[in-house]
Ligand binder design. Structure first.
Ligand SMILES: Cc1cc2nc3c(=O)[nH]c(=O)nc-3n(C[C@H](O)[C@H](O)[C@H](O)COP(=O)(O)O)c2cc1C
Length: 335
């Protein structure tokens, strides 16, 4: 085979990218003992008995000499939350292992942690394949975890979510045009109210009403806020009653006024030690309710749900972003 392909290489790449894959990092040790690794999605299974896998490495890769010489290498199937690690190992040459905790694998190869699966392999064959070298390995050992996998499709990281055997069809309401399970507002609203119903008993145990909880929870996101800022952040939730709510929390010693700063006109508030502990107790109870619910969905769908809700929130309420973190200028003035 020789010569340029009879089609546009960019289109060819795009067409290949329509094949959704997982993402792996392959590691080994260079003859001088240095750890070597790179991100790879050309990984595939070859044989069950004997257990064999393959992947292909570009001839331009700086890792090529190390893999050519290696008797062992390891394949790490990345979990959904390891996209940063994938990016790190997709960079050329640099010290990709800096600061990572490693396990020791067959032949002393470095093993990464937190992956969906790891296969330790002995090099069985190497074949030339165009501008890549194909490595086939015999699997000596493996381990795996029940985590959602990282997916690569169309040049981007993606989520894998199992499909229900039969997708539920929205039911027909007796009044045409009324809310159905096809209406996001219905799904969000009902989910919110049912979720909150399970958290409310914990709030009541702490003597908090819903609004007081919203204010406490917001002050755990952004350490210091004025009533006006809270009103803006809670638009549509507190109906400009933040001052009232802050007052009642202050009376119970759960919030207090923050030290005064010249540039800030009105009073600002922060959690007291008691307020912080109270908020943390409720938040951990809420987390327990959350994990019970998400367990029923499974890890993959839970990750997907959070990602989609975050995207929806970003589109519907860009102000939600401003709730996070301290305001730097005022903080500086306070010190
Ligand atoms: C999702 C993804 C999949 C990749 N798959 C491969 C692959 O299968 N083979 C390959 O040689 N490079 C692949 N790469 C590119 C290498 O990770 C990248 O070229 C890396 O910089 C090589 O490092 P090195 O030059 O230090 O060996 C992939 C990159 C990404 C982000």
């Amino acid at each position: 085979m020789s010569g340029a392909p009879p089609f546009d290489p960019k289109e060819f790449r795009k067409a290949l990218g329509s094949f959704a894959t997982g993402v792996t990092i392959i590691t080994t040790r260079a003859p001088d003992g240095a750890p070597v690794g790179l991100t790879v999605n050309s990984f595939n299974s070859v044989s069950l008995n004997p257990p064999m896998v393959l992947w292909s490495l570009a001839e331009t890769s700086l890792s090529l000499p190390a893999f050519r010489a290696a008797a062992h290498w390891a394949v790490h199937v990345l979990a959904a939350d390891q996209d940063d690690l994938s990016q790190r190992f997709a960079r050329r040459g640099e010290d990709k292992f800096a600061g990572l905790e490693l396990d020791d694998g067959a032949g002393g190869i470095p093993l990464l942690r937190g992956c969906s699966a790891r296969f330790q392999c002995r090099t069985a064959f190497q074949y030339d394949g165009g501008d890549h070298v194909i490595f086939v390995g015999e699997v000596l050992d493996f381990d795996r975890a029940e985590t959602a996998p990282l997916v690569f499709h169309g040049g981007r990281y993606a989520h894998a979510a199992p499909r229900a055997a039969a997708e539920a069809k929205p039911r027909q309401p007796y009044l045409a045009g009324s809310f159905t399970e096809d209406f996001v507002g219905y799904l969000l609203g009902r989910s919110h109210f049912q979720f909150f119903r399970q958290i409310r008993p914990h709030l009541r145990d702490e003597g908090l009403d819903d609004e007081e909880f919203y204010v406490l929870a917001t002050l755990t996101l952004k350490r210091i806020m004025s009533a006006q800022e809270l009103d803006a952040a809670m638009a549509g939730i507190l109906d400009e009653r933040s001052a009232e709510t802050l007052h009642s929390l202050a009376e119970r010693g759960l919030v207090c006024q923050a030290p005064v700063v010249a540039e800030v006109p009105g009073p600002e508030y922060q959690l007291t030690e008691r307020g912080r502990s109270c908020a943390l107790r409720v938040i951990s109870a809420a987390k327990a309710v959350e994990s019970g619910l998400l367990e029923r969905l499974g890890a993959t769908e839970a990750t997907l749900l959070k990602s989609l809700l975050n995207r929806l929130l970003g589109a519907i309420d860009p102000a939600a972003d401003t709730l996070w973190g301290d305001r730097a200028p005022n903080e500086a003035a306070r010190r």
